[in-house]
Design a protein around this ligand. Structure first.
Ligand SMILES: CC(C)(COP(=O)(O)OP(=O)(O)OC[C@H]1O[C@@H](n2cnc3c(N)ncnc32)[C@H](O)[C@@H]1OP(=O)(O)O)[C@@H](O)C(=O)NCCC(=O)NCCS
Length: 174
């Protein structure tokens, strides 16, 4: 499968948000922890509200400046959005905030392609991220990219019951 990585347009906001939600629904339900698919569907639904789409449009506009917010989307050969990556430059450094792809693309090189589009933006600085502690697929992927777990920061993600940890990829320039 061949993918095309681009800066999104404001007009991509709705399709991008639908992809984001689908990826959450495919990634985060966990029976053992009582995190149901219904809960995740409900949790992401407001992203599709008028306000939610406006927020996404604002983020897309901000990303076109490429200064403190990075965002790229991936399209498949049919032109559908099948993944995205975004990251922020915060006071404490570079954060990889989201890397979301469809289940149908797992293992096709898409995650790595998106990561490679993001990495130069960090100017070879440390990069941190937050990952669900039961998302073993993503943790294995990030480990392969050179991330290691940060100790002692297990917590719930925002107002959700999703347990998360942070990982960091140390720059080799220091
Ligand atoms: C984690 C995820 C983003 C990886 O993307 P992907 O397209 O499946 O991964 P790729 O095909 O690009 O794999 C890149 C490399 O990582 C390795 N890799 C990928 N998944 C792996 C896994 N579960 N275990 C070990 N290695 C893995 C691949 O073997 C490949 O190695 P190579 O470059 O030596 O061939 C994707 O599988 C996924 O789970 N998406 C759902 C959303 C999600 O969980 N996002 C993370 C939120 S924090």
């Amino acid at each position: 499968m061949h993918y095309t990585i681009t800066q999104p347009e404001v007009s991509d906001a709705l399709e991008l948000t639908k992809l984001h939600n689908q990826s959450w629904i495919e990634t985060y339900p966990n029976e053992e922890l009582g995190i149901s698919q219904e809960y995740i569907v409900d949790r992401v639904s407001n992203r599709l509200s008028t306000k939610g789409i406006e927020r996404r449009e604002t983020a897309i506009k901000l990303s076109s400046e490429n200064l403190t917010y990075f965002l790229r989307i991936a399209r498949d050969e049919s032109g559908s959005i099948v993944g995205f990556i975004d990251g922020n430059l915060k006071d404490d450094g570079y954060w990889l905030d989201g890397l979301y792809t469809l289940k149908s693309t797992y293992g096709t090189g898409l995650g790595k392609l998106l990561w490679e589009s993001y990495l130069p933006w960090t100017n070879n600085n440390n990069v941190s991220l937050t990952v669900a502690s039961y998302n073993t697929r993503a943790m294995a992927f990030y480990t392969k990219l050179g991330f290691t777990k940060k100790a002692g920061n297990e917590r719930k993600f925002g107002d959700t019951p999703i347990p998360v940890i942070d990982m960091v990829r140390k720059s080799n320039k220091f």
